[in-house]
Design a protein around this ligand. Structure first.
Ligand SMILES: [Zn+2]
Length: 134
């Protein structure tokens, strides 16, 4: 089968590696990328974190690679932000509980918003445009 989609097997672009000083830099970069990819391979998207905001102000940044539980209290409502297995979600005692239904979130750009409590949780960080296709 002839497919044009199999052309992305080159790991690091050789364009910048034509001179020795650039070669050293490229080696360092390649090592860093490899380490990053290895670390991220076990925990979903490398560098992603859940940014917790209260009334628009960031109060916490939880790396998705690290399981955590963060209680947040605002406007008389209690939320608990959970991070586990590279995902983030919330439990809340707000009236509508829409926020609970928005989770779990794991990809950069996804967010969980609790309007009654004025709390939002947004996944930030480096996206992984290549490799993950599920
Ligand atoms: Zn809510």
């Amino acid at each position: 089968m002839f497919s044009a989609a199999t052309d992305k097997t080159r790991p690091v672009s050789p364009v910048f590696c034509r001179r020795w000083d650039w070669l050293a830099l490229c080696l360092v970069l390649a090592a860093a990328v490899a380490a990053f990819a290895l670390a991220g391979g076990f925990a979903g998207i490398p560098g992603a974190a859940a940014e917790v905001r209260v009334e628009g102000r960031a109060v916490a940044r939880l790396p998705l690679t690290q399981n955590a539980t963060l209680p947040v209290e605002h406007n008389g409502h209690h939320l608990t932000v959970h991070v586990a297995d590279g995902q983030v979600w919330v439990n809340a005692d707000c009236p509508d509980r829409l926020c609970e239904g928005m989770g779990p979130a794991a990809r950069p750009g996804q967010s969980i918003v609790c309007l009654p409590a004025g709390v939002s949780v947004t996944v930030t960080g480096a996206a992984a445009p290549d490799g993950v296709a599920y």
